[in-house]
Design a protein around this ligand. Structure first.
Ligand code: FAD
Length: 290
């Protein structure tokens, strides 16, 4: 199906894009177009104006300094996946980027577009929640604000982004020497999207867990932190039995609304949330398992 007619504008700066959004109520920005174009073609979105931000140079690229990785919102998954500096500073970012969709999707799709689209099955929301990322947002009149991924993504295709705001960058801490991180997902065979995905960051002192940040996505409308599992693991030795016992608590944190469809029922996804979390923890901590 063809997209409905719309006016096309190209912005060269963030300020120009925000001006265009402000003067055209209902307008949508386009980054890689990998989610917006299908929505237009399916007539699920009908903006009168599309503002192409693909050429906004200030929203591109990766800078690593003072323990922080700043990723411009227009940076593609492939740029993150293929950066040797990112792989060294935070292996979880490189791993997650490399598992998104296929080569075409990774070459065109952007981290900012992915987060702003807020597909429950997307990988970045889950991974950036576990990594305690901070999102940078700009609005009219030079206004700036920050948000955590869980403040930003509130439900399927729903964020707290205002109509005239733009997500400009994502900040992620460099992993410390005592942190182990991993992402495990049950990928949909057709798209690679997460049916269930679990991201884990574990602080270790020898074989003991001294803190953990764990998140699950895909199974739930928006990524969630597994605080019950984090608490059950903290202070414990990282053994097969302790990881099994802690992840059995994952259900406490998923909330009442588990997603289900003809591919994977809610009951199955609920069970897989604990399985993928366990899987990620075993790999991150190199605990032998079978
Ligand atoms: C076949 C296929 C397989 C995929 N597989 C996966 C997968 O395995 N894992 C995964 O995580 N994702 C997957 N994706 C999604 C993909 O990773 C893209 O990141 C995603 O489609 C959106 O990114 P985009 O840059 O194309 O955004 P666009 O399509 O341009 O925009 C998406 C939405 O976000 C808004 N937007 C975009 N950028 C901004 C911004 N900076 N500020 C404010 N609003 C903005 C747009 O207005 C639009 O509403 C897949 C997509 C396809 C088509």
């Amino acid at each position: 199906m063809f997209a409905p007619e719309f006016e096309y504008h190209r912005a060269n700066t963030v300020a120009e894009a925000i001006d265009l959004l402000s003067s055209n109520p209902g307008a949508k920005v386009m980054a890689g177009g990998h989610s917006l174009i299908p929505l237009l073609k399916l007539r699920l979105a009908r903006p009168g104006v599309v503002v192409d931000i693909g050429g906004v140079a200030e929203m591109k690229g990766i800078t690593i300094a003072d323990g922080n990785i700043r990723i411009g919102a227009l940076t593609t998954h492939w740029e993150i996946e293929s950066s040797s500096q990112v792989a060294e500073a935070n292996s979880l970012l490189a791993e997650a980027a490399g598992g998104i969709g296929d080569t075409q999707v990774r070459n065109r799709g952007t981290i900012g577009g992915n987060l702003s689209h807020a597909d429950p099955a997307s990988d970045w929301g889950t991974v950036l929640t576990a990594l305690n990322a901070t999102l940078e947002i700009r609005g009219p009149g030079g206004a700036t604000r920050t948000a955590s991924p869980t403040d930003f993504i509130v439900g399927p295709l729903t964020t707290t982004l205002g109509e005239t705001e733009i997500l400009t960058a994502v900040n992620v801490p460099v992993l410390a020497a005592n942190q182990r991180a991993e992402y495990a997902k049950m990928a949909h065979p057709a798209s690679g999207y997460a049916v269930v995905g679990a991201a884990v960051v574990v602080n270790v002192d020898g074989h003991t867990c001294t803190g953990a940040s764990l998140a699950v996505g895909g199974a739930v409308p928006a990524p969630v932190r597994l605080t019950s599992v984090e608490n059950a693991l903290t202070g414990k030795e990282l053994t097969f039995e302790n990881i099994e016992a802690a992840t059995a608590q994952a259900d406490n944190d998923l909330g009442g609304e588990i997603l289900g469809d003809f591919f994977a029922s809610a009951e199955y996804r609920r069970a897989m949330a604990a399985v993928e979390t366990k899987h990620a923890l075993f790999h991150a901590t190199e605990v032998a398992h079978h």
